[in-house]
Design a protein around this ligand. Structure first.
Ligand SMILES: Nc1ncnc2c1ncn2[C@@H]1O[C@H](COP(=O)(O)OP(=O)(O)OP(=O)(O)O)[C@@H](O)[C@H]1O
Length: 445
């Protein structure tokens, strides 16, 4: 908002009469009588006051203790000529009259005395405004120019010693010695001219000033802070050095894309941190890798284990124990066995802790179940029988019964024999006898 706008706002609704030149006296006549009387009284008071002040400075007066500037009714001295009045009025208009009760005499550079109470005066130095240093004048002119430039581009800046807004991107090279390659990439991105926010924010940031910048969406705020940031970072050196906080993930990706484009000429790298947990895992991974030991990072059930070459032996033994106990061996352990070249620094998801505990609860029962399952499928029935049976009798008799069933039957038979004292009989024998008896009965009939 410039001076004209402010004036317009202040005088909104007011009407000004335009006075044509040379009609001064005529207008005087047209002033209403009441107003004219008031004006005359004021002028008279001013004249009287000036005379009083002159008298006070020269000789003692009866009215010294009266507060100056309030008007004196006792003095009705009309001896002040019109010329004197005109001169004094002209002086007062030129700014020589400091306030009521000040001396009107003296040159421009003379001190002005402010008399508050009779006899008490305060010295006040008048500044000679008309005489300015050429350097100061130049500065003022420059400031005026800068403000005019800002107004042209709709830039509003508040603060002390605000740096000059950019006219072009090449300004940055000359003023702040920014690498030409960086500006070239900016131009390659299609930014031929800086946007208003870029014009003012880039020089501020390059001077190391702290700023709060506001601009509408799509006005180029990202480049406004990325260009100076890339210049200040220079070359990469040990770890992250700049952090851009975003309220949303989408905005983070938008800034990331912009940063990738603008940092094409530099060796700097940029990434988006999606969640703190993930970053923590990565951090831990890096520390583990640096230490050369195995480790685990993450939450229960979602843990990630890192292995080194030395862990392979241990893993094998763990896998074999798990197999023996009837546990399900994780896939990554099997792959470790298969491919020796990939064993180093493997990153795999560990099995859920609860799963392991449940599987380890009743391993014996699981074993039995598994064996029954195997038999049900009919896998290598004969071989199992050969291995488990000790006598040839059983080999012959084997009719596909399971090992356990056979064992149970044998036990029962033995118990019966020992109790009753009956001779051992074979199943086959019994059936033969039955057949013989059946044939004899048929012959008799
Ligand atoms: N000086 C420029 N000249 C031409 N295009 C530009 C300039 N600066 C930025 N742009 C382009 O304008 C688009 C919007 O820029 P940017 O995303 O930086 O805006 P923003 O103000 O950060 O928006 P938001 O408020 O949504 O984050 C981008 O595609 C960018 O490439």
């Amino acid at each position: 908002m410039d001076a004209y706008d402010i004036f317009k706002k202040l005088t909104k609704g007011l009407k000004f009469k335009q006075r044509p030149l040379g009609t001064k006296n005529q207008q005087k006549q047209t002033i209403p009588s009441a107003l004219r009387i008031e004006k005359d009284v004021k002028e008279e008071k001013l004249i009287q006051y000036n005379i009083d002040s002159q008298n006070n400075s020269g000789s003692d007066n009866e009215n010294d203790d009266i507060i100056l500037g309030s008007g004196n009714e006792n003095d009705t001295n009309d001896s002040v000529s019109e010329n004197e009045y005109d001169e004094k009025k002209a002086d007062s208009e030129n700014g020589h009259n400091c306030a009521l009760g000040t001396k009107l005499e003296g040159s421009l550079e003379e001190d002005c005395e402010l008399q508050l109470v009779a006899g008490v005066t305060v010295e006040k130095k008048m500044k000679n405004k008309s005489k300015l240093d050429p350097v100061e004048l130049k500065k003022k002119l420059e400031l005026e120019e800068q403000n005019h430039f800002r107004n042209l581009h709709g830039i509003k800046a508040i603060g002390r010693h605000i740096p000059k807004a950019l006219e072009d991107f090449t300004d940055v090279v000359t003023r702040y010695k920014v690498a030409q390659t960086l500006i070239d990439t900016v131009v390659q991105c299609g930014y031929s001219e800086p946007t208003p926010i870029q014009r003012q924010a880039i020089p501020c940031l390059l001077e190391g000033r702290q700023i709060v910048a506001c601009a509408p969406t799509g006005s180029g705020k990202t480049a406004a802070f990325l260009v100076p940031l890339l210049h200040l970072l220079g070359a990469p050196s040990g770890g992250p050095r700049a952090l851009v906080l975003c309220p949303t993930r989408e905005l983070a990706h938008q800034i990331y894309r912009e940063a990738l484009r603008l940092s094409a000429s530099t060796q700097l790298r940029c990434t988006v941190i999606k969640s703190v947990k993930e970053s923590k895992i990565k951090e831990r991974e890096n520390t583990i890798r640096k230490s050369g030991r195995a480790g685990r990072a993450g939450q229960t059930g979602r843990a990630i284990t890192f292995f080194t070459q030395d862990d392979v032996v241990n893993l094998r033994s763990i896998a074999s124990v798990m197999k023996q106990s009837g546990c399900e061996v994780p896939q990554y352990m099997l792959t470790l066995k298969q491919n020796a070249s990939r064993r180093k620094n493997l990153l795999k998801k560990a099995p859920h802790r609860d799963q392991i505990s449940t599987r380890l609860e009743k391993p014996e029962k699981r074993k039995l179940d598994e064996k029954t399952d195997k038999n049900d499928t009919g896998k290598s029935k004969d071989t199992v029988a050969i291995k488990n049976s000790k006598s040839n009798k059983q080999r012959k008799v084997d009719t596909g019964e399971s090992k356990t069933q056979r064992g149970v039957k044998e036990k029962r038979v033995k118990e019966k024999d020992s109790k009753k004292g009956v001779k051992k009989t074979n199943k086959l024998g019994k059936t033969k006898r039955k057949k013989k008896n059946f044939s004899k009965a048929a012959v008799k009939k």
